[in-house]
Design a protein around this ligand. Structure first.
Ligand code: ADP
Ligand code: ZN
Ligand code: ZN
Length: 738
């Protein structure tokens, strides 16, 4: 009797495929989740078995054979398969691609792979104290980092290379210790994580405040069943300590914990705090790891030997057989949403996964998303508030600076300059926030006002002074700076507006006795550069910090007591209905970075619209009040989270194509429960030479949204222009600019 299997393969089609198990493979066990090699066209692809088919309706002659079954250690299990199928259905994304995205890169390939546990290093336990003394003395006094790494390993026990690297050390520092025969190398043990009395470093446990203790006890009452908890806690209120103490209870049950953070590379402190508290294997998953390292994380999580996985977005797919808790920190953060290909929201998948596996999930933020606040209000989530900072540190105060009536010098008002001077003279640091990198957002002709634009996007080029380049921040297009106006031939070409690069330069003129440093994507492109800057800031080598959004994430600057937001007005009048929410989150988050210690921080916000009700509300009443109000506005406007959206984006080489394509399909869906909004040109109508259109499907409930989206896809796949128009579906879209 031949056996047939339904298999997901990574092709951009929504269907799955049937293959036969040939005679020669009948002996091998093949289960749901098995990775198999199958022929597709003239290629061999890796597929995942979804189910066995009792019989096959297709012409058995035409069905191809499975070519091979890959090593069992690399297979998924039935639960994961079920989860990924739910993901594919929810996001209307091709099943094969969902499976492929959920696997580490090396498991998407047919090459042979190393599935051994990762290497780790620890201080040689064979060395006597005298021998250690002697060897340590032989390290040069100047090799401070080597010594620091040694004492870290002494405290921490075995560490993997990704852990060591994230703690700020280099391979050559590690090698130096290995060469001195201070360390021994081993592999992380294969055994499943077991709790014992050495796991928790109780001496580092903090005495919880009443508020914290209440949250911990409420959450730990709900272990081993599904529940979703939103911790709405002001910055510095000790959310991390709450996580740690809940995690402890979960580890005690021999269960694993998955912790998701927006960007690990930017927040080594988080790992550090976990390491200080728990003596367990902690594995990392983030973009700074290579493919081999990511596979190792996947593998030790899958074996159950990794007790904690600290991951960014795509880590939500990490297989963990004994998972007992998922934490999503900074749940409002935009980076949790994947913006291309399989467009999932990590927070929402974490909740789906917790539901499926019957375990608690914690969402934490000082500025929760309106979606989560709405769900908490509707009592779908347990809502926990932390309203105080333990200890004496105070929250920063916020103040608006009206710049509509006063002249600016290099973008800085007189009031801001005065405040900066006073802060700097006290020996404290200033942070200037400007979300625009480069020297100037455009260059323009002084005679005829011509602006140099990227032909592929019809948007101004950003001027980068250091490299003397014009760069399109939308498509990456670059060219040398024009010396002459392309319109009138004049040579009077000047930069227009100000970016971070220019601001940094001007600060040297305005505050010559102080040093400034710029932190943005341009200044931190090379590996280790960001860490170097952060260290120098901590050592007070710089007194003025200039930066973009990057500075709002995760860092703490205890000596920064003045934060200036130079330009927030764009968000007040945006096409994106989420812009005010994002702006409010940014303001509160940036303010939270300042004055952590005993020095209270102060935030100045430059605006042309100091009377704007959103700004007034945020400044006077705080984020929570602002959010309540913003939710009311969303409700009145019938916007998410009160309605549900699917955004269809379509693009082609000619403008009429995507528009007509969307119009044709909309015309076919006449009796839907959903509103079909559009087609309209995307806010950026042209990008990288393509013309782009939007169609928004707006549903009163999820079910009708899914139904109409399915119908859209059905018609789109039959449309005559389907090969000329590229389109995709984005469920719960976050980025409306494209
Ligand atoms: P959040 O994550 O909410 O911004 P953190 O967890 O980083 O806040 O805590 C802020 C600071 O407060 C940290 O330095 C932390 O060690 C300290 N802290 C947290 N909880 C307590 C507590 N119960 N007692 C004393 N200090 C605490
Ligand atoms: Zn001109
Ligand atoms: Zn461009």
């Amino acid at each position: 009797m031949p056996r047939f299997f339904n298999i997901a393969i990574p092709v951009p089609m929504r269907q799955t495929f049937t293959y036969r198990l040939p005679e020669r493979l009948q002996e091998q066990s093949i289960e749901v989740g098995a990775r198999v090699l199958v022929p597709f066209g003239n290629r061999s692809l890796i597929g995942v078995v979804l189910s066995e088919q009792a019989d096959c309706e297709l012409d058995a002659e035409k069905i191809k054979d499975v070519q091979g079954i890959l090593p069992a250690e690399s297979h998924l299990n039935a639960q994961q398969v079920k989860f990924l199928l739910i993901c594919a259905r929810y996001y209307h994304h091709p099943v094969g691609d969902v499976f492929s995205q959920a696997l580490p890169v090396l498991l998407r390939q047919t090459n042979e792979i190393d599935l051994r546990q990762p290497l780790c290093w620890q201080v040689d336990p064979q060395l006597s104290p005298e021998q250690l003394q002697e060897k340590l003395a032989s390290i040069a006094k100047t090799a401070i980092k080597q010594k620091a790494l040694f004492s870290l390993l002494q405290k921490q026990g075995a560490m993997t290379w990704p852990q060591i690297r994230l703690s700020g050390f280099t391979k050559s520092q590690l090698n130096a210790l290995i060469n001195r025969q201070l360390l021994v190398e081993s592999r992380l043990p294969n055994n499943v994580f077991q709790f014992d009395e050495n796991v928790v470093a109780t001496e580092n446990r903090l005495q919880l405040t009443t508020e914290q203790a209440l949250v911990v006890s409420q959450i730990t009452q709900h272990l081993n069943q599904f529940s979703c908890h939103l911790i709405d806690g002001i910055t510095g209120s000790g959310k991390t300590e709450v996580y740690l103490q809940v995690m402890e209870k979960v580890l005690e049950q021999n269960q694993q914990v998955l912790v998701i953070v927006p960007e690990i590379g930017l927040t080594p402190q988080t790992l550090h705090r976990f390491e200080q508290r728990f003596n367990v294997p902690i594995m990392l998953h983030h973009s700074g790891l290579n493919d081999g390292e990511r596979l190792q994380t996947w593998q030790s999580a899958r074996l159950g030997s990794a007790a904690i996985v600290l991951a960014t977005r795509s880590g939500v797919f990490t297989p963990m057989p004994n998972l007992g808790l998922i934490i999503v920190d900074e749940e409002h953060d935009a980076s949790l949403k994947q913006q291309e290909g399989f467009r999932y929201h990590c927070r929402d998948l974490a909740i789906l996964r917790a539901q499926q596996q019957q375990l608690p999930v914690i969402l934490g933020s000082a500025t929760p998303s309106l979606e989560s606040l709405h769900n908490a209000k509707a009592q779908r989530y347990h809502y926990h508030q932390l309203t105080q900072r333990p200890g004496s540190s105070k929250l920063a105060t916020m103040q608006l600076v009206d710049v509509s009536t006063q002249p600016l010098v290099y973008g800085l008002s007189a009031q801001v300059q005065k405040a900066m001077q006073a802060t700097l003279e006290k020996g404290e640091q200033v942070l200037l926030f400007l979300n625009r990198r480069g020297f100037a957002p455009a260059i323009s002709c002084q005679e005829c006002h011509w602006i140099s634009e990227c032909q592929r996007c019809n948007r101004p080029f950003t001027f980068h002074h250091n490299q003397q380049l014009l760069v399109c921040h939308h498509c990456g297009n670059q060219k040398r700076v024009e010396r002459q106006c392309q319109n009138c031939g004049s040579v009077r070409i000047k930069p227009l507006g100000q970016g971070t690069e220019q601001l940094e330069q001007r600060l040297e003129e305005l505050f010559p006795q102080f040093n400034s440093v710029r932190i943005d994507r341009d200044s931190t492109r090379r590996k280790g550069e960001l860490e170097k800057h952060l260290e120098a800031i901590a050592n007070n080598e710089y007194q003025i910090l200039v930066g973009t959004q990057m500075l709002a994430k995760g860092h703490h600057f205890p000596n920064v007591t003045l934060v200036v937001m130079l330009d927030v007005d764009g968000a007040l009048f945006s096409y994106d209905f989420r812009a005010p929410e994002k702006m409010a989150q940014l303001l509160v988050q940036v303010a939270g970075r300042a004055g952590r210690a005993s020095k209270p921080g102060h935030v100045l916000i430059q605006t042309h619209y100091p009377q704007h009700p959103l700004l007034q509300d945020l400044i006077n009443n705080g984020y929570e009040h602002f959010a309540r109000f913003a939710l009311m506005e969303r409700q009145q406007a019938m916007m998410p989270p009160f309605t549900f959206q699917a955004l269809i984006r379509a693009e082609a080489n000619h403008g009429y194509l995507p528009e007509q394509f969307l119009r044709d399909i909309t015309a076919q869906i006449t009796d839907s429960d959903c509103a079909m909004c559009g087609p309209v040109a995307a806010p950026m109508e042209k990008k990288a030479g393509k013309f782009r259109y939007h169609l928004t499907i707006l549903g009163k409930d999820r079910q009708s949204l899914h139904k109409t989206t399915n119908r859209f896809i059905h018609y789109a796949e039959q449309h005559a222009d389907k090969n000329k128009v590229r389109w995709h579906v984005d469920i719960d879209p976050q980025d409306m600019s494209w």
